[in-house]
Design a protein around this ligand. Structure first.
Ligand SMILES: [Zn+2]
Length: 245
């Protein structure tokens, strides 16, 4: 069988002096482990499409349940990510989150588009903390961990919402249900509005809006708690490199 799809390299591992094993995040089939023969040789047509972050139209051959890369036409290698250390780190953090939260062989088109769009936007946008926050909120949404900001997570009501967020339960808590959650933190009303805004708009539109730095900071801290709580099993290695003051 031959698979033709867009793909982004989210991991590239040396297999021998000439070959490498790639983890591709593909539009059609989600995450795939693919053998890339001779990709480490300078003259190889697969070389540029086998680098980390490479975004290409790929052709993959399958035989005996194994995937082999047979062609890669580069769309972008997001080279500007290497212009700043913080951008490189955030790029690595994004692909690690995708690797850990995506499924082998299972398409997640919204997640694929999010990764492609986010790496593209990150090249030209220096607001690292906003880029990180948007990406986190959206990937949580697309992988089944959507934080709920518009209704009470306990009773489902959207009246008397108040400003408390319970990371363990995964959402906002109304004033009546406050004593039913163990851990809760109070945030500004605009922080909840920002969550809803990010959840319902495309990244390019969000980046055009004027958003108060303090609110972004507050949302970033809220998501830190949330991610620690819900993804504690996942062990995201690159997260510690993201020092955002
Ligand atoms: Zn409630």
């Amino acid at each position: 069988m031959i698979i033709q799809t867009e793909a982004i390299v989210i991991r590239s591992t040396k297999y021998s002096d000439s070959d490498c094993i790639l983890t591709l995040f593909t539009r059609k089939m989600g995450k795939l482990g693919v053998y890339s023969k001779n990709a480490r040789l300078l003259k190889s047509p697969l070389m540029s499409g086998s680098q980390i972050f490479a975004y290409s139209n790929v052709t993959i051959n399958t035989r005996d349940g194994k995937y082999r890369l047979s062609n890669a036409d580069l769309i972008s290698n997001f080279y500007k990510l290497s212009s700043k250390m913080e951008k490189t780190y955030l790029g690595y953090y994004m692909i690690e989150l995708v690797e850990k939260l995506s499924m082998e062989g299972q398409s997640n088109i919204r997640l694929f588009q999010l990764l492609a769009d986010s790496l593209g936007e990150l090249q030209n946008n220096d607001n690292i903390i906003l880029m990180k926050t948007i990406f986190e909120l959206k990937i949580l949404d697309y992988t089944g961990y959507r934080p709920n900001a518009s209704r009470c997570i306990v009773c489902g009501n959207n009246q008397n919402l108040g400003n408390y967020f319970a990371p363990g339960e995964g959402g906002r808590v109304c004033t009546k249900c406050l004593n039913q959650v163990r851990l809760k933190y109070m945030y500004d009303t605009t922080t909840f509005r920002l969550i809803e805004y990010i959840q319902s708009n495309h990244i390019s539109k969000i980046l055009e809006a004027k958003i108060n730095d303090q609110i972004i900071q507050e949302l970033s801290i809220m998501l830190d708690y949330y991610i620690k709580y819900h993804l504690s099993e996942v062990k995201i290695k690159t997260r510690e490199y993201l020092i955002l003051d």
